[in-house]
Design a protein around this ligand. Structure first.
Ligand SMILES: *[C@@H]1O[C@H](CO)[C@@H](O)[C@H](O)[C@H]1NC(C)=O
Ligand SMILES: *[C@@H]1O[C@H](CO)[C@@H](O)[C@H](O)[C@H]1NC(C)=O
Ligand SMILES: *[C@@H]1O[C@H](CO)[C@@H](O)[C@H](O)[C@H]1NC(C)=O
Ligand SMILES: *[C@@H]1O[C@H](CO)[C@@H](O)[C@H](O)[C@H]1NC(C)=O
Ligand SMILES: *[C@@H]1O[C@H](CO)[C@@H](O)[C@H](O)[C@H]1NC(C)=O
Ligand SMILES: *[C@@H]1O[C@H](CO)[C@@H](O)[C@H](O)[C@H]1NC(C)=O
Ligand SMILES: *[C@@H]1O[C@H](CO)[C@@H](O)[C@H](O)[C@H]1NC(C)=O
Ligand SMILES: *[C@@H]1O[C@H](CO)[C@@H](O)[C@H](O)[C@H]1NC(C)=O
Ligand SMILES: *[C@@H]1O[C@H](CO)[C@@H](O)[C@H](O)[C@H]1NC(C)=O
Length: 386
């Protein structure tokens, strides 16, 4: 009894002493942050804690320090539009102004998230000094209002694992080539959403040689016509999003190289005006879980090989010109969570095997020419909510 009280007291004393071991900000790094703040416009005063009265900058909003060396490691200064119901409130939350070049003095910074803010209006491009911050492993500049040419100096960040330059709402960023990416041999996530790469003729050749690339987001991009590479080394690509992509000159068939990406888990090709049959090459992508091919002009029946992709969780073929019947083999896709075959010309009965898809949460078969009874096996789908 006595000894356990001693232990308890000891543990309490030890806990009390813990705050003494916490990171204490390095003064020069604190001054750098204050300079950085000076160039920012912060309408909602999120950076109120960033001042001399709070000397330990490791406790400031959005700041993370190393727990042993106290060096400043991470800056989380993003503003997400999805957190707001109305645009005005989001605009008042965003940081504005300028990214001060003094940021490059933070030699240990490995994580920089400035996404969703609005840095100096029209004509402003991504600052090239960011290319000197070679400790960065994570850089998110998405939705920041930057325009113009992507500075090739970004390619000096050879430690990057995650790079997001998606511009979405604003005018597209552009790059005449993507060769500057070729030194990023640790890069796993690359978002160039909405970029104008129409002059980057070797984009596919360059990107396929990045050895660590697993997730590639090129939706809404302008891409040039290119020759199908005979050898492709995208050995580990798991995610490929190429929705609403415009090719010049236009292409009307799914590029064949996509069917060589045998590790793909997520393939999104919405709204690309692809025509003809659903390509049989899809049978090679046996690890697929997400397949979004809605809003194209596919005009075949659903090929049997599609029912063999038994890992599929999200299958969306909405708004094409698919005809023919839905095969009973649909019952093989027992991992399906969402199935959308609406806005096609599918006919015949709804197969009874639908009742085998017990993970299904959302089902949309609207706007087709399906007929007959709704199978009673539908009652087996206890997870179904829509
Ligand atoms: C810092 O503290 C002083 C004294 O309490 C106060 O006058 C000053 O306004 C404070 N500054 C900030 C930025 O909070
Ligand atoms: C520092 O923090 C990391 C992440 O919280 C933790 O895993 C690690 O053990 C900590 N190191 C020390 C020495 O406290
Ligand atoms: C940084 O990038 C520029 C432009 O791509 C290049 O000229 C320069 O040599 C690079 N610097 C280093 C240190 O790699
Ligand atoms: C894309 O960039 C090219 C030049 O690189 C330009 O001619 C074209 O107008 C741009 N397209 C769009 C949609 O911005
Ligand atoms: C393909 O990638 C692998 C793994 O990154 C690498 O070992 C191999 O040399 C590459 N092959 C070619 C032809 O680039
Ligand atoms: C599918 O895989 C087989 C065997 O690896 C290969 O011969 C064939 O070319 C692939 N199909 C496509 C369309 O890439
Ligand atoms: C569906 O599953 C059955 C039994 O597991 C199998 O015989 C059949 O070939 C599968 N159909 C397709 C289209 O993969
Ligand atoms: C659906 O499940 C039933 C048993 O519940 C089974 O007999 C049938 O083969 C399954 N159909 C498919 C297409 O997997
Ligand atoms: C599905 O429902 C049918 C009829 O409602 C029933 O006979 C059958 O046993 C159910 N199958 C499973 C796998 O629950």
């Amino acid at each position: 009894m006595n000894s356990s009280i001693y232990i308890l007291v000891f543990v309490q004393l030890w806990l009390l002493s813990l705050p003494c071991r916490e990171s204490v900000c390095i003064p020069s790094e604190r001054e750098t942050l204050l300079k950085f703040k000076n160039n920012l416009n912060d309408p909602s005063n999120r950076l109120w804690s960033w001042n001399h009265n709070h000397t330990n900058c490791c406790h400031w909003y959005g700041v993370l320090c190393h727990n042993v060396t106290s060096h400043l490691l991470q800056l989380h200064l993003n503003s997400s539009p999805s957190a707001f119901d109305d645009w005005g409130a989001y605009r008042r939350f965003q940081f504005r102004g300028e990214i001060s070049p003094c940021l490059a003095d933070l030699k240990h910074l490995n994580y920089l998230d400035l996404s969703g803010n609005y840095f100096l209006g029209k004509g402003m491009s991504i600052p090239s000094f960011l290319g000197t911050m070679t400790s960065l492993t994570y850089l998110d500049l998405s939705l920041t209002g930057f325009m113009g040419k992507i500075p090739s100096q970004i390619g000096n960040l050879s430690n990057l694992v995650y790079l997001d330059l998606g511009s979405y709402l604003s005018e597209p960023l552009f790059a005449e080539n993507v060769e500057w990416l070729s030194s990023m041999w640790k890069l796993e996530y690359l978002y160039l959403t909405n970029a104008n790469l129409s002059k980057a003729f070797h984009w596919l050749y360059t990107l396929q040689s990045l050895p660590s690339l697993t997730h590639l987001y090129l939706s809404d991009c302008k891409l040039p016509h290119y020759n199908e590479p005979s050898l492709l080394n995208f050995s580990s690509l798991q995610t490929l999003h190429l929705s609403f992509t415009s090719y010049s000159p236009a292409i009307s068939f799914v590029p064949k190289w996509i069917f060589k990406l045998k590790k793909l888990v997520s393939l999104k090709l919405w709204g690309n005006k692809f025509q003809g049959r659903i390509p049989g090459g899809i049978r090679n992508l046996t690890l697929l879980q997400n397949l979004y091919w809605s809003g194209n002009s596919f005009s075949s029946s659903i090929p049997d090989c599609l029912y063999g992709l038994h890992r599929l969780k999200f299958l969306n073929l909405r708004a094409n010109y698919l005809h023919g019947t839905i095969s009973d083999a649909l019952g093989n896709l027992t991992s399906l969570v969402k199935l959308d075959l609406s806005y096609n010309q599918l006919e015949g009965n709804i197969p009874t095997s639908l009742g085998n898809l017990t993970s299904l949460v959302e089902l949309d078969l609207s706007y087709s020419q399906l007929e007959g009874n709704i199978p009673t096996s539908l009652g087996n789908l206890t997870s179904l909510s829509t």
